[in-house]
Design a protein around this ligand. Structure first.
Ligand SMILES: [Ca+2]
Length: 474
């Protein structure tokens, strides 16, 4: 039975507030635990493509974390790669940085931006990143510049899984710190190996590991070990390949968890699993210019049932992705139905790590640990998002969601009654539309206040050009 970590009566909320006030003196004297933190980020893994949401998909390691942890039923990200990553790392909406779409710009965040890694490092954490950065391809604007002591991975949008090249041509795009490396192996296995090695490389300091997989983003190439898992059960080759890649990723997650257990750190370690956007619905060959015959020529799944839409769209399928948090012995198993946002993790992890900002970091996110722990009622908040070069926007205020499309149309949905976003009720609730438009306008005030690449509006693509770019690129 679902345990909703959302308090529905004001009486309970008042009681909790009162008890919080009464116990403040006691709480203030208690040192908070400082857990190790491991964040797994999948790339293009949509709703309904993990085992705990769909028994056809074999993800035993993630399922264990989900069932024994807190499943986040309404966790929002951007509809594309780079924006979600900016928000996770900074606690701010991506639009503050002008990062409203995928980008291979050398710099995405201003030098000196406080990130989860730099904050935790400043309070004694060991910080390591393995995997896809994608928020600044320049060597001076990579993970090393934003608080990570160790880095192994790729700085741009993707690579071929076995040759580790952008679109399969040129040099390797795999780095260890600032050195390009060439080594054999599937990128998912290399990331697992590197993460496991890094975790055990030092004792003493608590650690923060950010493991951002390139999978199941195109191009996918999986061996028989993973493909055979779905030989009989997948409805088609597209699902067979996508799910094989996800099971492979799950195995990497299992290796990291096993290493943490081996080191006796299981109860001292908080695990988070997220995906940066919905299922792709894109051609597997889209980013391959060499050895095309090695890859399955299929369109990868784009359905994120029961939601509408997929990657690149603001419907739930594009921005509401599988997510969980697990901290054995600290967080009770259950389901959190509160709307949460990827920008919430920085304030949350900073609070758990004992970091206190000495200047205003202008966070849009908020510390959600009290909600996850069932200690605090859900907040009534507005979640704002600007996407696809700023051409489409949305605002969510439970249960309402207003989308302004790139054509300028208004779409209003009541997510509590219509999670599939089938019925645009904007004309039935003009007052809600007006309120949410005002919220959107207020939230947009700080957009671009940390944008190192200010782009003039005139240079942004038109909707027609945009559709073409989307088709050609991601
Ligand atoms: Ca992605």
């Amino acid at each position: 039975m679902k345990t909703k970590k959302r308090f529905r009566t004001s009486a309970i909320a008042q009681l909790l507030s009162l008890s919080a006030v009464l116990s403040m003196g006691t709480l203030a004297a208690v040192e908070p635990p400082r857990p190790n933190i491991v964040v797994f980020l999948a790339d293009d893994l949509g709703w309904g493509h993990v085992g705990w949401q769909n028994p056809k998909v074999k993800t035993p390691n993630l399922d264990r974390l989900a069932v024994q942890g807190v499943r986040l039923d309404q966790h929002y990200v951007a509809c594309l790669c780079s924006p979600s990553r900016v928000a996770f790392n900074t606690g701010r909406y991506w639009s503050r940085f002008g990062c409203n779409s995928w980008t291979d710009a050398p710099q995405v965040m201003p030098t000196g931006t406080e990130t989860v890694a730099s904050a935790l490092k400043s309070v004694g954490y060991r910080t390591g990143m393995v995997g896809k950065w994608h928020i600044g391809t320049g060597l001076d604007f990579g993970p090393e510049a934003f608080g990570f002591e160790y880095y192994y991975g790729i700085r741009r949008g993707g690579c071929t899984p076995l040759t580790h090249k952008w679109r399969g041509v040129g040099d390797s795009v795999l780095y260890r710190n600032k050195q390009i490396v060439e080594e054999p192996g599937h990128v998912t296995d290399l990331f697992a190996r590197e993460a496991v090695k890094w975790i055990g490389s030092e004792k003493g300091r608590p650690f923060f590991l950010y493991l951002a997989f390139t999978s199941p983003h195109v191009p996918l190439l999986e061996s028989a070990r993973w493909m055979d898992l779905y030989k009989e059960s997948a409805p088609d080759q597209s699902h067979q390949l996508y799910w094989a890649a996800i099971s492979h990723l799950d195995d990497a997650v299992g290796q990291v968890v096993a290493e943490v257990e081996r080191l006796g750190q299981r109860e001292n370690t908080l695990f988070i699993f997220l995906s940066d956007n919905g299922a792709p619905g894109q051609g597997n060959l889209m980013q391959v210019d060499a050895d095309k015959e090695a890859y399955l020529n299929v369109i990868l799944p784009g359905e994120c049932l029961p939601f509408r839409g997929h990657k690149g769209q603001l419907y739930e399928g594009g921005i509401r992705t599988p997510a969980l948090v697990n901290w054995s012995g600290h967080l009770k198993p259950g389901v959190c139905a509160t709307p949460l946002h990827v920008s919430d993790w920085m304030p949350t992890l900073c609070a758990l790590g004992g970091y206190k900002a000495t200047r205003d970091l202008k966070w849009d996110g908020t510390n959600i640990y009290p909600i996850l722990a069932g200690e605090s009622p859900a907040q009534n908040r507005v979640l704002y998002s600007k996407n696809l070069f700023g051409l489409n926007r949305d605002v969510i205020e439970d249960p309402w969601k207003l989308i302004i499309t790139k054509e300028g149309e208004q779409e209003l949905y009541n997510l509590a009654e219509d999670v599939g976003e089938k019925h645009n009720c904007a004309s039935e609730h003009p007052e809600v539309v007006q309120r949410l438009l005002a919220d959107m306008k207020a939230a947009a005030v700080r957009d671009d206040d940390a944008n190192p690449n200010r782009v003039k509006k005139a240079s942004q693509p038109t909707p027609a050009q945009l559709n073409e770019i989307i088709k050609q690129n991601e």
